[in-house]
Structures are given as C-alpha cells and as structure tokens.
Design a protein around this ligand. Structure first.
Ligand code: FAD
Length: 307
C-alpha cells in the first residue's frame, strides 16, 4: 500500500527537502549507504573484499546538464584508479546509472551517455575490472540495452541489469544469455504500470524463476540479485541442474541488507557480491529501499517523532 506513494515521493523535490532535513534520517540512511564520500566508502570496501565481491555505485541519477554528467564520469574514473591502487580491482567493480551520465538530457542525451559510459569503461579496463549498467524505469529499457550493445563491441565484459517484474524480461534474458554476457537479474524497484509489469509479488517471483531458468541454461554469467531466500535456494538448484561451477555465476545483495546471509553464502564457497552505494545524492536510492519494506517506514516515522 505504501510502495506507490513512497516511489512517487522518491521523485518529488519537496519530499526530498523534508526527508533530508528530518533529524532521524541520517541513522537510517547510513544503514543502506556506505558513506557520503568515496573516502568514507573505501574502508567499507576494504573490509568486504576480505570474503566477498563488491560493486560500487556513485549515487546520483537523472542529471540536469552535461557538466553534471561529466562530474559523475570524473567521480567514477577517480574511484576506479583508487580501487586499482588499493589492490581491490580484482574483487570490486562499478555499477553505473546511465541517467547519471546524461541519458535523459534533451537532444543528444543518449549519445552523451554512450560517450560518458565509454570513458568509464576505459577507466575500468585500465584498472582491471568491470562495469555493470543499472536499470531504471521501463521507459529507459530499450535505450539502456541499445547502449549496452554498443559498449559491448569494445568492452564485451560490460554487464546489464534485467528486472523480472517487466513482462518483456523473460525474452530479454533469452537474448542476453550468450557467451560472456553478464546479466544481473533483480525483481525491479520502480513503480511500473500493469501494462508493462507484473504487479503482484507471486507473479513477480514466478517471472523471476522463469528468467533465472533462461539465464542458468544459457552460456552467459548470471548474477542473482535478490535477498529472497526462496529465490536464492532455487538459483542454487538451477545452477546445479545446469552443471554450473561456483565461478560461472554469482549472488548479489545490497549493502546493509541480510549481511549474515551474505557471509554465509561466501563461507559456503559461493560468489557473493555486495552492491555498495556511496555519495551525497542518496535520496532516490534511500526512498526505494524504504518502499521495499514497510517496517522501514514505521521505523523511520518513529525516529522522526522520537527526536
Ligand atoms: P523482496 O521480496 O523485496 O525481499 C526479500 C527479503 O529481503 C525481505 O523479506 C527482507 O527480509 C529483505 N529485504 C528486501 N529489501 C529490503 C530492504 N530495503 N530493507 C530491509 N530488508 C529488505 N532494481 C532496479 O530496478 N534496478 C537495478 O539496477 C537494481 N539493481 C540491484 C542490484 C542489486 C545487487 C540488488 C540486490 C538489487 C537491485 N535492485 C535493482 C533492487 C531490486 O529490484 C529489488 O527492489 C530489491 O532487491 C528487493 O527485492 P528482493 O529480490 O530482495 O525481494
């Protein structure tokens, strides 16, 4: 019931001002965000790579001009160089939202985003690591997959995210289940209309399993991004049924969610990658995490009134 209003609030500048100024916000944000600067996030990465893998997200989305998009590119190139210097590049890659590098800019936004993403890929290649393109709402799917195709000509290791709640995704999974193709399968975090998306939990979960079957049976590298214990168990069975070795797929979870399960999966000899967001543009990301779990909202509201 709260999901839709929270996801609408995620796009409202008025709500943003209120939430950012609220006294209880900082504590809850720090549960999901590794720090407001790269300097604060790096020790978190250093600790995680001891037993897990990491993908870092420099927070930000939907930039308003080309200069802001370039600022995002600069942040990623600095991050990638520092990951290499710290010796983390083997276990830490980056996740990039194309809207943060210009995809929605009027006129030639897509072209700007492609060139900016290329610059980030070149920096990743120099650092010895990889890039995965995050997926935003359904109006961006075709554009994002188009940019992915272009990038993969020069950088075949670029990964993509597919969202099981979209009706189209099972077909996209089959298309992308090819050799060398890295696909992160998640349920999907935006508020999508019934015309393009499954809206009920059961339908989304069933779609997730169909998509997983396509990815696990294919020749690509599936990245199982979910905290859902049933889907994690099903992924394990499908990997075994398809004769996959532990290094031919991986599990992924978000920073701050089910940390004990992350440790357990890694200790079990399976690959577990943690998605680690950092930066001061945390509002949209934070609101999507609130929307995923009603208990978070109650906790957040209580923290506001108890201050
Ligand atoms: P759910 O059924 O939502 O959750 C299962 C269980 O996980 C819950 O019962 C709860 O115990 C725990 N849990 C889930 N969410 C929370 C939370 N916020 N706080 C506390 N506990 C929680 N979505 C996109 O649309 N685009 C992307 O590019 C994208 N990238 C992602 C990358 C990674 C690595 C991951 C893990 C998720 C990503 N997502 C992305 C988000 C995803 O679409 C879901 O919204 C999110 O993962 C919750 O779905 P779930 O599969 O964990 O299942």
């Amino acid at each position: 019931m709260l999901r839709t209003p929270l996801l609408m609030a995620a796009r409202s500048s008025v709500c943003r001002t209120v939430v950012e100024a609220a006294p209880g916000t900082g504590a809850l944000v720090s549960r999901y965000v590794a720090g407001t600067t790269q300097e604060r996030a790096m020790p978190v990465v250093g600790a995680l790579v001891a037993d897990r893998y990491v993908t870092l997200d420099h927070l930000g989305e939907d930039v308003g001009d080309a200069a802001q998009a370039q600022t995002t590119v600069d942040a990623y190139t600095r991050l990638l160089a520092d990951l290499a210097d710290a010796g983390h590049a083997e276990r830490a890659e980056v996740s990039v939202k194309l809207s943060a590098v210009g995809q929605f800019l009027p006129g030639d936004g897509e072209k700007i985003a492609l060139e900016n993403a290329r610059e980030i890929c070149r920096a990743a290649e120099a650092a010895g690591t990889t890039v995965t393109l995050d997926m935003e709402d359904h109006t961006t799917t075709d554009s994002t997959l188009g940019i992915l195709r272009e990038l993969r000509v020069d950088f075949p290791w670029v990964g993509a995210v597919l969202q099981a709640y979209l009706r189209r995704t099972e077909a996209d999974c089959r298309d992308l289940a090819t050799a060398g193709s890295r696909v992160r399968l998640c349920k999907g975090a935006y508020d999508e209309p019934e015309s393009v998306a499954f809206r009920g939990k059961r339908e989304v979960d069933l779609s997730y399993v169909r998509c997983l079957k396509a990815l696990m049976a294919g020749d690509g590298y599936p990245m199982v991004a979910s905290h859902d214990p049933r889907l994690i168990a099903i992924a394990g069975v499908l990997a075994e049924d398809n004769g996959r070795s532990a290094d031919s797929y991986e599990y992924q979870m978000l920073y701050g969610i089910r940390a004990a399960e992350q440790v357990r999966i890694a200790a079990d000899g399976r690959r577990l990658r943690v998605y680690v967001p950092y930066g001061d543009q945390w509002y949209g990301y934070f609101m999507r995490r609130l929307a995923e779990r009603p208990a978070n909202v109650a906790f957040f509201l209580r923290s506001l009134v108890s201050k």
